[in-house]
Design a protein around this ligand. Structure first.
Ligand code: M6R
Length: 378
C-alpha cells in the first residue's frame, strides 16, 4: 500500500530513516560503550568467517555494485584490507587470479540476480578442492534471507529494509550501505585498526543519520520538486563526486536514467578534463557532490571548470556552506556530517531529484520500461 504517497518509490525514500534505525537496533550491541573494551560493538554474528582475512572481493550488479564501491572504500580505509569490486556479469567469465584467505561478498538486495549468483558459484567451485587457505568464504549482503543467494553462502547480513516495490533501488541501497559500515567496523574492531574512541564516534554519527535524513525530506523536497520543473527539456545530465562520494555520482546518474529516461553519466570529478568536459555546454546540467572533507576544494575547482563551459551547476552542499552559494546555480542543501558518513546523506537529494523529474514527466516511476525488479536471466 502506498499510504498516501503517489508512488512506491517516494514512499520507500521516506522509509529510509527507519531502515537505518532498524539496522542499528539489530546490529549494534546495546550495552556497548567506549569503556567496555572487551565487547565488540558490532553484532553481525559473523564469528570466524572474518578471521585472518588477507583480501576481500565484492561481486554485484547495478545499484548493489555502487554500494559495493562504497564498501570497498570503508573496508580499505577503516580495516586496512585490500578490496576489489567486480561486476558479477564480468567476473563470471573472467574471474581474477585466486588469492589466499579471501572473503568473497555477494551483494544483491533480491538475492536472485542471475549474474551475481553465477559469479559466486564460479568462485565457490574453483576454490572447493584447494588447500585450506584458499577455501571459499562466502558472505551475502541481502534484503531476502530466504533467497537463492542466502542458501548458497556461508552467512548473510540481512539488511532488513522491508520489501521494496519500486524498481529503482532506494531504501535497499541505504540498507546495503549500513551493512558495509557495520561490516567495516566489525573488521576494524577485530583487527584493531581503529581505536575504540574512533569506533564510538562513527557509531554515534550513524545514530544521527535518521534524523538528518528527515531534515532533508522536510526541508528540501518541495524545493527539489520545484527545481525538477526546470529540466523539462533537458536531455543529458552529468553527476560528479570524488572519494567516498564518487559512487554516489554513479548512483545519482543511474537513478535518473532508469526512471526518467534522461541520458546521465556519473564521473569522478577529476576525470572530467580527460574527455567528458567536451560534452558540456549550457544545455547539460552538472550535479556536483561538494560536501565538507578531504576532497571538498578539489570538487569545487572541478565544478568551476564546468561552470566556465556554461554548464548549469547544481551542488549537493552542506547547509551552512556560504562559499558554495557563490559557485552553484542551484543548491541541494544537506546537514553537515563527517565525510565518512556523507554518502548516506548525499544520495537522498539525488533520489528526490530523479523521482521528481520522472514524476513531472508523467512516467511510470515504479515500473520503468524495459526493467524488472529482479533480473533472474543472464
Ligand atoms: O537485486 P539486486 O540488488 O541484485 O539488483 C541489482 C540490480 O539489478 C539493481 O540494483 C538495479 O540496478 C536497480 N534497478 C537500480 O535501481
Amino acid at each position: 500500500e502506498k499510504h498516501g504517497f503517489r508512488h512506491f518509490m517516494i514512499k520507500e525514500i521516506y522509509e529510509q530513516p527507519n531502515v537505518i534505525r532498524t539496522c542499528l537496533e539489530a546490529y549494534i550491541n546495546p550495552t556497548w560503550n567506549e569503556q567496555n573494551t572487551d565487547l565488540n560493538p558490532i553484532n553481525l554474528g559473523l564469528f570466524d568467517l572474518l578471521d585472518d582475512i588477507d583480501h576481500v572481493q565484492i561481486l554485484a550488479c547495478g545499484t548493489s555494485w555502487h554500494a559495493s564501491l562504497i564498501g570497498k572504500y570503508l573496508i580499505e580505509q577503516l580495516a586496512n584490507i585490500p578490496t576489489v569490486v567486480q561486476y558479477a556479469s564480468e567476473f563470471r567469465y573472467a574471474p581474477s587470479p585466486i588469492t589466499t584467505n579471501t572473503l568473497t561478498i555477494g551483494v544483491t538486495q533480491s538475492g536472485e540476480t542471475a549474474d551475481t549468483i553465477a559469479a559466486l558459484e564460479t568462485e565457490k567451485q574453483r576454490r572447493l578442492a584447494l588447500p585450506r587457505e584458499y577455501r571459499p568464504r562466502l558472505l551475502g549482503i541481502t534484503n531476502r534471507p530466504e533467497s537463492t543467494l542466502s542458501y548458497m553462502v556461508d552467512q548473510i547480513i540481512n539488511t532488513q529494509a522491508g520489501i521494496e516495490i519500486g524498481v529503482a533501488a532506494t531504501k535497499s541501497f541505504i540498507a546495503q550501505l549500513m551493512g558495509f559500515y557495520l561490516l567495516a567496523l566489525d573488521l576494524a574492531y577485530r583487527r584493531q585498526t581503529l581505536s575504540l574512541e574512533q569506533i564510538y564516534r562513527i557509531v554515534e554519527g550513524l545514530h544521527h543519520l535518521p534524523r538528518q535524513i528527515e531534515t532533508i525530506l522536510e526541508k528540501q523536497e518541495k524545493h527539489i520538486e520545484d527545481l525538477a520543473h526546470e529540466f523539462n527539456d533537458t536531455q543529458d545530465f552529468i553527476f560528479v563526486g570524488r572519494g567516498i562520494n564518487f559512487p554516489i555520482a554513479l548512483e545519482g546518474a543511474l537513478k535518473l536514467k532508469e526512471i526518467s529516461y534522461i541520458h546521465a553519466e556519473g564521473y569522478p570529478a577529476g576525470e572530467m578534463k580527460h574527455g567528458p568536459i567536451a560534452l558540456l555546454d549550457s544545455k547539460v546540467p552538472v550535479v556536483a557532490i561538494a560536501l565538507p572533507g578531504k576532497v571538498y576544494d578539489k570538487v569545487l575547482s572541478n565544478a568551476q571548470e564546468a561552470k566556465a563551459r556554461d554548464a548549469r551547476l547544481i551542488g549537493v552542499v552542506a547547509m551552512n556552506d556560504l562559499e558554495a552559494t557563490h559557485i552553484f546555480n542551484d543548491l541541494l542543501s544537506v546537514p553537515e556530517v563527517d565525510e565518512l558518513l556523507s554518502p548516506i546523506i548525499a544520495v537522498i537529494p539525488l533520489q528526490l531529484l530523479a523521482y521528481h523529474i520522472a514524476a513531472r514527466r508523467g512516467l511510470d516511476v515504479d515500473q520503468p520500461r524495459n526493467l524488472a525488479k529482479s533480473v533472474t536471466v543472464e
